[in-house]
Ligand binder design. Structure first.
Ligand code: GLU
Length: 465
């Protein structure tokens, strides 16, 4: 194990076997005191803070018991592979230096390069990064894409920084990660409070540290880039689109028409706002939305485009004139067909699962339901489309972007959407059928399918030496 400790970038608890390449100092952008960030939507605050990694392990153990996962492979998958913690300095607009903490947890790469988003959130810690990385491993395995799982980010509230400060924080974090990311090794993507612009800075910083002749063939080091910088069309809406494909399939199976359906939505960032727009296009009615600022409800329907315009100006749904104010409990108690959590983890708990008055929880967020909440949802016979299936659209289209970059291809939106639909529908069908076959809940069925794939790979390859 090599731990490279530098005077400025300290890497803690690192099992990064690969040496970091020597990199020139990244140029700072011009300072700008005025351009405060309006592009990032603050995340929903978590109400409770159980260990998320314990939640993942509870889900994992349940599935591993049912499918009788090989005990040796179980040990491997219950653990993360590499955990990188970097403390790095960034010069702020007022010329003072602030220290930041960034994480990258690489859970498993048996099926392909580590893959997963980077989030910017004040509550991000090693436990959350571990949990999110593990969910990525199972998500990619379930979706049948050749990636492993990773996750990370920076522990900050991005709404407190200007755009130019965010750019420097991003670039300095990428510099600190060095060769711990790479196009065939670990490929970041957007997650909570990060977006295509931030991916473009990651790309530019990473490429700036390589010799010029290497640059063009490494643009798949990050996905979710702006289209002009090598991104894929359809990536921006992909997670929301995947959620909607899953909901359509659920409605079809239940012989329900989405035209008469109502839904409530928690979180109005990228994923939530896309779900709102795409689902209302199918005729469903959005009747309540909550985010970190508060909640709004209108049983006659909320126009998502109008709400989006409001949120861009006001930073959240609070005081939206198109609805009445509701607090979190009133929001969760709103009677509707579908609840789409698209914000933080641990929102559906043993307590709040009892408030819900819906037929379906479509988990657009990662880990929105804790194990107690899960048990209540099952008891109450509320259907669940589990997160590792429901929100897989993002990483599926990330895979398409990665492929397009590698092959120097450019697919149109029709092709991207068609391929996404095919992949996510096939995973949906597999989960539904496995749940029926084994008489188990859909989350556990999704884990069983992912574990079967991982187990097969380990059995074929064996454990070195
Ligand atoms: N952050 C997204 C997720 O949680 C997408 C990850 C990716 O595209 O790599 O699935």
């Amino acid at each position: 194990m090599t731990i490279k400790v530098e005077t400025v970038d300290r890497l803690d608890a690192v099992d990064n076997k690969r040496p970091r390449k020597p990199t020139p100092q990244v140029c700072e952008t011009a300072r700008d005191e005025t351009d405060h960030d309006a592009m990032l939507v603050p995340a929903q605050a978590a109400t409770t803070r159980n260990s998320l990694y314990e939640n993942v392990l509870a889900q994992f153990d349940k599935a591993a018991d049912i499918m009788q996962l090989d005990p040796n492979i179980r040990k491997i998958l219950a653990s993360t592979e590499n955990e990188i913690v970097a403390h790095f300095p960034v010069k702020m607009n007022n010329n003072e230096v602030e220290m930041f903490t960034g994480y990258r947890v690489q859970h498993n790469d048996a099926l392909g390069p580590f893959k997963g988003g980077l989030r910017y959130h004040p509550q991000l810690d090693i436990d959350e990064a571990r949990a999110l990385a593990a969910w990525m491993t199972f998500k990619c395995a379930l979706a049948g894409i050749p990636f492993g799982g990773a996750k990370g980010g920076v522990q900050i509230d991005p709404s407190k920084y200007s755009v130019t400060e965010l750019e420097r924080i991003t670039r300095r974090f990428v510099f600190a990660l060095g060769d711990n990311i790479g196009p065939e090794y670990d490929i970041p993507a957007p997650d909570m409070n990060t977006n295509a612009q931030i991916m473009a800075w990651i790309l530019d910083t990473y490429l700036s540290t390589m010799p010029p002749h290497e640059r063009q063939r490494n643009i798949h080091v990050v996905t979710g880039k702006p289209v002009a910088a090598g991104g894929s069309v359809g990536r921006d809406k992909a997670t929301g689109q995947g959620v909607v494909y899953c909901i359509e399939k659920w409605a079809q199976d239940r012989k329900l028409s989405l035209n008469d359906a109502t839904f409530i939505l928690q979180g109005f960032g990228n994923v939530g706002s896309w779900v709102a727009r795409l689902l209302t296009k199918l005729g469903a009615k959005l009747i309540a939305v909550s985010d970190v600022t508060g909640g709004t409800r209108n049983r006659d329907g909320i126009d998502p485009d109008d709400l989006l315009r409001y949120v861009k100006v006001h930073g959240g749904v609070l005081k939206y004139p198109g609805g009445e104010f509701v607090d979190n409990i009133m929001f969760m108690q709103t009677a509707a067909n579908i609840f789409v959590p698209a914000a933080m983890e641990n929102q559906i708990t043993g307590e709040s699962a009892r408030w819900l008055n819906v037929d379906l929880v479509a988990e657009a967020a990662n880990g929105p339901t804790d194990p107690d909440g899960d048990a209540i949802l099952q008891q109450r016979k509320i259907d669940v489309i589990p997160d590792i299936l429901c929100n897989a659209g993002g990483v599926i289209v990330s895979y398409f972007e990665w492929l397009q970059n590698k092959r120097s291809e450019f697919w149109d939106l029709e092709e991207v959407d068609f391929k996404l639909q095919k992949k996510i529908m096939s995973a949906y069908g597999n989960v539904r059928d496995k749940a029926r076959e084994l008489g188990i809940d859909r989350r556990t069925a999704a884990f069983v399918l992912a574990l079967e794939r991982l187990e097969r790979t380990y059995k074929d390859r064996g454990i070195f030496p």
